[in-house]
Design a protein around this ligand. Structure first.
Ligand code: GDP
Length: 596
């Protein structure tokens, strides 16, 4: 069908790429670009246009356009129950009443997280203690119009993810700080991915609007391209302009948080079982272990017996964030407590129990469980995940995608989302350029995701963490192989996983020229062995200049299958001659992972 279908009704999202728009109106993208140009808009095929622009073109083509309605899936509908709900699953719905929202601030470095936390703390005029005697206990509360908001003041993704990885929910709402003079940056996207994975709604604080080079519209556009479409443009993300430095817009931001809270069903039973999360803990020279606990259900009281992870104790004293001694702490209330026998870990879930004896019993059981867990690690391998989908335990395959260049990301994400047919949805939580980092592994671990990479490496520290956390990293050089693997995993036919194993290294001491420009590296094997039929990489310093096959391996005049440490040999590389003295050749094989 072409554009001549008069008065056909179509729905267009608030922001759409030229390519997608062309598909909706069923003409070639080139024609769309021409139409846009004749309306004075210059856009390339991958650029986005807003609804108003798209609607004009659509109408010129004889369509009746309307704005696509955007509904945020409720957390439950989206497939996952918020962690705090799981934590209070035993509570009767009728006993639940609203509690203050717990907010965490995420965003790119230097976009103003710390400044904003300070500005919010100082904006709390209601308590009449501006800049007062606030203690740092890892969380504080502010009041606005008689309502309370709890802020976690250890900003940063690591804290947020660490909590999720331990099965606790740090926050109900994320404030994503984006500097108006800098826009969406890699850690901004990472923060979005964290919030998405945790099903936590986002309010954007568009910070630094006082700066001369602030460009709020450009940032809104970028946010829109990342699925955070401003409510001004028909989306459902509140984007609040603020200046942390000049204390502007802070109250608007807090109001937005309360609005989101009203739509998010944040409740607890303040006379129910006491349960919550450890925010932070430190050893005080005189007081012993001091921990900040955030109550999520029930009311914690001084004198209660608490178990947190493998730590326990009777609470000797509790203090609020102003350093005042308190006897009680209800839901969403952070308190600093003394009396635990050791330091719990941030993110540990705590409970109140009846007796010291019960506390010790639980701790013993947990210590036992930890010992066992060390041998039967939770593995987020593709095979494992698929088994869970089959058992109906999961309906999404979460992926984190890393690639060499921006240009590779888009087609891969496109291909991957095409695979999301059937019952299981492929969910790309995060797609960015660069090698696989520890942060990626943290996110994957917390979200039960696997990491797929295209034309990149995994950093050594990331591999180590992945091993410890049981996160699967799969690297590919061909897009087709990547998508094929995921497709196979979805169909339950995945081949066993292979990992790379370096078997030896050789230093290039001389370079010989053969006829027709072919070169042979005269080497000494410095470690392990070089195998004729293994794959090799040629390193020049830290750079990998070649990866591929060996075309010849010779010791003196003989062809050999392998050459061991200490021996000299000649190595030819298949279709590669740019070899220099000082290069290092690494020989490696792909080994099947042992299943545990
Ligand atoms: P973080 O790394 O995200 O915690 O960022 P910081 O809060 O440390 O802020 C980084 C820098 O930006 C500091 O030099 C701040 O003074 C500055 N900054 C933060 N907020 C604003 C703002 O609203 N306006 C201006 N002009 N500068 C700001």
């Amino acid at each position: 069908m072409s554009a001549n279908g008069h008065d056909k009704k179509i729905e267009i999202p608030a922001i759409i790429s030229v390519r997608d728009f062309a598909q909706i109106v069923d003409i070639s993208p080139i024609q769309v670009i021409k139409k846009l140009m004749s309306n004075g808009v210059m856009a390339s095929i991958n650029q986005t246009i807003d609804y108003d622009t798209a609607a004009i073109i659509a109408e010129e083509l004889g369509f009746e356009a309307s704005l696509e309605s955007q509904e945020i899936p409720a957390a439950e509908e989206a497939g996952e129950v918020p962690i705090w709900r799981q934590m209070i699953a035993d509570e009767d719905d009728a006993a639940l009443t609203p509690r203050p929202p717990v907010v965490t601030i995420l965003g790119h470095v230097d976009h103003g997280k710390t400044s904003l936390l300070d500005a919010i703390r100082n904006a709390d005029v209601a308590t009449g203690e501006v800049g007062g005697i606030t203690q740092h206990i890892g969380a504080y509360q502010v009041e606005l119009k008689g309502r309370t908001i709890t802020f976690l003041d250890t900003p940063g993704h690591a804290a947020f993810t660490a909590m999720r990885a331990r099965g606790a929910q740090g926050a109900d709402i994320v404030i994503l700080v984006v500097a108006a003079d800098d826009g969406v940056m890699p850690q901004t996207k990472e923060a979005m991915a964290h919030a998405l994975a945790a099903r936590v709604p986002i309010v954007v604080a568009l910070n630094k609007i006082d700066k001369a080079n602030a460009n709020p519209d450009r940032v809104k556009q970028q946010l829109g391209e990342n699925n955070l479409v401003s409510d001004e443009w028909g989306g459902n993300t509140m984007i609040i302009p603020v200046s942390a430095k000049q204390h502007q817009g802070i109250e608007d931001l807090l109001e937005a948080v309360l609005l989101v809270a009203d739509n998010t069903d944040i409740r607890a039973n303040d006379s129910g079982a006491v349960i919550g999360t450890v925010i932070e803990a430190e050893l005080d020279k005189t007081k012993g272990p001091v921990a900040t606990l955030l109550v999520q259900n029930g009311t914690l009281q001084a004198g209660d017996i608490v178990v947190a992870g493998t730590v326990h104790g009777r609470l000797r004293a509790m203090f609020d964030f102003r350093g005042r001694k308190v006897q009680k702490a209800g839901p969403s209330f952070p308190v600093s407590v003394m009396g635990l026998n050791d330091l719990p870990a941030a993110g540990d879930v705590f409970r109140v129990v009846e007796s010291e004896r019960e506390a010790r019993q639980i701790v013993l059981e947990r210590q036992e469980a930890i010992k066992n867990a060390a041998t039967t690690q939770k593995k987020a391998t593709l095979e494992e995940l698929f088994a869970r989908y089959k058992a109906g335990e999961a309906k999404e395959l979460n992926l984190i995608l890393k690639a060499d260049v921006q240009g590779s990301l888009e087609p891969i994400v496109g291909e991957l989302s095409n695979l999301s047919q059937g019952e299981i949805k492929v969910n790309v939580l995060y797609a960015e350029t660069g090698n696989v980092s520890e942060n990626d592994v943290m996110l994957a671990s917390a979200s039960d995701a696997i990491i797929v990479g295209f034309s990149i490496q995994a950093e050594v520290a990331a591999r180590r963490l992945a091993d410890a956390e049981g996160v699967s990293i799969r690297l590919y050089d061909i897009i087709y192989r990547l998508t094929e693997d995921i497709d196979k995993a979805l169909k339950g036919m995945l081949a066993p996983e292979f990992v790379e194993k370096v078997i030896g290294k050789a230093n290039v001491l001389q370079v010989f020229s053969l006829n027709k420009g072919a070169k042979i590296a005269g080497c000494r094997v410095s470690e392990g062995e070089i195998r004729r039929n293994a794959r090799v990489r040629l390193y020049r310093g830290k750079d990998i200049v070649f990866e591929g096959e060996v075309s010849s391996l010779r010791h003196e005049k003989d062809d050999v299958r392998e050459m061991r440490q200490g021996f000299e040999c000649g190595i030819g590389l298949k279709n590669f001659n740019d070899i220099l003295i000082g290069d290092v050749i690494e020989s490696f094989v792909m080994e099947k992972v042992k299943s545990e």
